[in-house]
Structures are given as C-alpha cells and as structure tokens.
Design a protein around this ligand. Structure first.
Ligand code: NAP
Length: 338
C-alpha cells in the first residue's frame, strides 16, 4: 500500500474517452492529488484538460516522463502500454492499466475491487483493469456464485461504440448524420456500417471462431472470479448506442435460486442496483445507466430449459465501472482510502 497525504498521479491517454473520464472521476471523488500530469500522443501535446478549476497542459508521452510519479492510470492501447508501463514501474510508480496488455499475465492482478480487491496487494508494479463487459458481468456473477455456485454462463453483449474509443463515437455520429441527409456513409473504425446496424468486431480466430472481445470476456471472468474451469461462452455485438454496455446473461447454478432469492442476493452486492419490476415494465437501459457508477440488473427470471437456470439483463456504463471508475477505485484501495 502506498501511504502519503497526497499523490502525484498521471493519466496516460488523457485525451481519449477513458482518460477524460478518469480525470473527471479523480475530481469528483476528491482523490488526494498533489500534482496531476496528463500524457497523450504528440498530436495532443500542448492542448489542455480541465481539472479542479485548473487547465492542465497535456504533454507527449515518452518513456522518460515518470520521475516522481506515484500512480499512473493507463488509458492507451495495449501495444503502447506494454512498451511504456515497465518504464513507469522502473521509475517507482504503480500502473493501473486499462488496456488488455497485462490482464492475463499471471504476475499481474486483474481487479474489480468489490469482487477481488483483496488481490490488489499482490501486485509487482502493474495492476490490470478488466475489459468493459467483463467488469459488470463479474459484479453480477460473484454474489450468485457465492450463494449457489456457478456451473455454466452464457453471455451475449450489446456494446456501445464508446467501448472502441473516441473515434468510434465520431463514426456513429457522422454515419447517422450522413444517412439522415442522404449522403455517402464513410467507414474508418469499423469495417461495417455501425449506424442503424448491429455488427461484430471481425477479428475472429479462424480456428475457434471467437473474436478477441469474446475471448477476453471468457478468460478475464474466469481469472477475476478465480474459477479457472468455469464453463462460460460469449457472443459480443456492437450496437449503435453511444454509451453503456448491456448483456444478456444465462446462468446455470448448482443450487436452485428463485428470481426473488436472486434479487435479494444481488441487491446486497455493493456497486449493484437491482432495477427489476416486470409488472410495471421496469428494467435498466443503456441510456438510463449512462453516467452512473453502479451496475444495473433487471429481467431476473427463471430459465426452465435447464436445471437451476436463471436469466438476467446486466447494464453498466463502460466508461465508468467498465473502465475509469474501476481504475480509480483500485487506486483508492492502493492508498488505503477504502
Ligand atoms: N472505451 C472503453 O469503454 C474502454 C473500457 C475498458 C478499457 N478500455 C481500454 O482503454 C484504452 C483506451 O481506450 P479509449 O477508448 O479511451 O481510446 P481512445 O478514446 O481512442 O483514446 C486513446 C488515447 O491514447 C492516446 N494515444 C494514442 N496514440 C498514442 C501515442 N502514440 N502516444 C501517446 N498516447 C497515444 C490518445 O491520444 P491522442 O488524443 O493524442 O491521439 C488518446 O488519449 C484502450 O486500451 C482500451 O482498450 C477502453
């Protein structure tokens, strides 16, 4: 645990969607900061980002910027993080990384504080933040596993474009505008049109047929829950929604839980809100959950097609619990603030 009154914190990738969210969450949660350093590519060097009534100038990220920095919040792509993060660690910082670079490294803890925060102390300088669909998923699975033991999980995601970064948000906006004004649709970030469509990020392994995103959800869920043999399968779909990922989750348990028992168990989980009233048509939507810290669960119902089956609908803001909030919560644990 780092122990000081206040900390020199840095954000790598401070101009991206996750980086910007990190800066505002650090301010909102009054993280004890003596100095905030912001880094991005040379394209953004010299631009400013607001933090606590200050305009902080963004600097170019290089291997040599880390002297004196206590905590680095990483929000760059994984290739860059893999190259740069070891330099931050050598300079004495702890890196909390949002990319996938270190998530499955056996020496790196992969953390959702409410689920496995007790593993933060095992770090050797790098702590990984999970994939933006895995984080809300484990928030729902952990209390059900503790109560009735998971046997199998089938998850299908409906992921917003902000999960692919700032460029994908612009692409959805630009394509929507183009279609509504009868102009040609341009594609840069996604191979297929995302506006008015549902698509797969087509990087599938030609042997297994699973995409990288699907593999991440399956592997990371097993690692975070410390259930290496958990039977889990995933399908990930990108939908024309700006913010928040939704997931249809089908679970088989060793012990039967009624929907009411499941609601009661899930309601006790910190960071989870059960919003589930079928009689009034109340359930969480991505629009309703955007900007919220908690993971919202609804449509909890019995799956009678299998023994001890349950269905749930999980919605979490990918930029908050799926990324920036979870990273700041890890930092709070690290300094012993929670
Ligand atoms: N978006 C999500 O919901 C989410 C959730 C969990 C994890 N993640 C992960 O978090 C990371 C950031 O994602 P994002 O969605 O925020 O992406 P993004 O919006 O595209 O932002 C990328 C950031 O990286 C910076 N960058 C790019 N090339 C750089 C370089 N050569 N040197 C220094 N900085 C560079 C960009 O700076 P410029 O502005 O200067 O280009 C920008 O600040 C990714 O690894 C992603 O997989 C994202």
């Amino acid at each position: 645990m780092l122990k000081k009154h206040s900390y020199h914190v840095a954000v790598m990738g401070a101009t991206g969607v996750v980086g910007q969210e990190m800066v505002s969450i650090l301010e909102e949660r009054k993280f004890p900061i003596s100095k905030l350093s912001l880094f991005a590519s040379e394209r953004s060097a010299g631009t400013t980002v607001s933090f606590c009534d200050e305009e902080i100038v963004v600097s170019e990220l290089t291997e040599n910027v880390f002297a004196g920095i206590d905590i680095v919040l990483g929000a760059t792509d994984s290739a860059l993080s893999k190259k740069i993060s070891p330099h931050a660690v050598s300079a004495g910082a702890v890196v909390i990384d949002n990319s996938s670079a270190f998530r499955m490294d056996t020496k790196v803890p992969l953390i959702v504080p409410e689920v496995n925060g007790n593993q933060i102390a095992t770090h050797h300088g790098i702590i990984a933040n999970p994939n933006c669909s895995a984080a809300p998923l484990v928030m729902a699975l952990k209390p059900l596993h503790d109560a009735a033991v998971l046997r199998r999980v089938i998850v299908t995601t409906f992921q917003s474009v902000s999960g692919t970064g700032i460029g994908a948000m612009d692409e959805l906006m630009d394509q929507t505008r183009a279609i509504l004004s009868f102009q040609d649709v341009k594609r840069n970030v996604y191979k297929e049109q995302i506006a008015f469509n549902c698509i797969v990020n087509w990087d599938a392994d030609s042997f297994t047929g699973f995409t990288e995103e699907e593999t991440k959800i399956m592997e990371e869920t097993r690692k975070i829950l410390n259930l290496p043999a958990l039977a889990i399968t995933a399908t990930t779909i990108r939908v024309p929604v700006f913010r928040s990922h939704s997931e249809s989750v089908n679970i088989e348990l060793q012990k039967k839980l009624t929907p009411n028992e499941a609601r009661a168990i899930l309601s006790m989980m910190p960071g989870v809100v059960v919003l589930d009233d079928p009689s009034r048509g109340i359930y969480p939507t991505p629009l309703g959950v955007a900007g919220q810290d908690d993971v919202y669960l609804g449509r909890i119902r019995e799956d009678r097609s299998v023994l001890n089956g349950l269905h749930l609908w999980v919605v979490g803001d990918n930029l908050r619990k799926g990324a920036a909030l979870n990273a700041v919560q890890i930092a709070e644990h690290l300094i012993g603030g929670v």
